[in-house]
Design a protein around this ligand. Structure first.
Ligand code: T46
Length: 141
């Protein structure tokens, strides 16, 4: 689930480009919610949580955002630095996002509606659930 995806790109330099992705084709779930984060000062760190069940797809149409994924055993870093790139972040992954450039925008397509009960915002609780096998092998890289 946790992997980089490159978008198809249509157009040329004189008229600009169009990229797109489709639910259940380019990303492996139905999309129930889309949200975006903007006007975030450079150097800000957001996220710092994991989701119990939610799967998400992140992309940055403008700017540069670093995303650190942590499955409780291993960490991986990804740079969203192009409108042609996206990142799947599955359930059971602790994630942190770092705003590296002015006016960077983070867009997210999520597999479910907003539900605060799906969030794990305490890192020790996250590690405890990993140890107990809450996600079995579903949060492995
Ligand atoms: C995630 C990362 C990538 C809502 O009321 N509805 C929503 O759909 C969302 C996404 C958030 N909220 C509320 C919950 C908080 O009171 O907005 C507030 C800010 O959310 P949070 O502090 O969780 O924001 P981030 O940027 O740390 O995390 C967000 C998503 O919440 C999260 O699911 O995976 O982006």
């Amino acid at each position: 689930m946790n992997k980089r995806i490159s978008f198809k790109k249509i157009g040329n330099e004189s008229i600009g480009f169009l990229s797109f992705f489709e639910a259940n084709k380019d990303i492996p779930f139905e999309i129930k919610r889309i949200y975006y984060t903007y006007n975030v000062p450079i150097g800000t760190k957001r996220g710092m949580h994991a989701h119990k069940e939610l799967n998400q797809f992140l992309w940055c149409p403008y700017g540069i955002i670093k995303v650190v994924l942590d499955n409780g055993c291993e960490k991986k870093e990804f740079l969203l630095d192009s409108p042609e790139k996206g990142l799947l972040v599955g359930k059971g992954i602790w994630h942190e996002m770092y705003w590296l450039e002015e006016n960077s925008v983070l867009c997210v397509a999520a597999s479910d509606y907003y539900n605060e009960k799906d969030y794990i915002r305490d890192y020790d609780e996250f590690l405890k659930l990993v140890k107990e096998g809450y996600w079995k092998d579903e949060n492995k890289f």
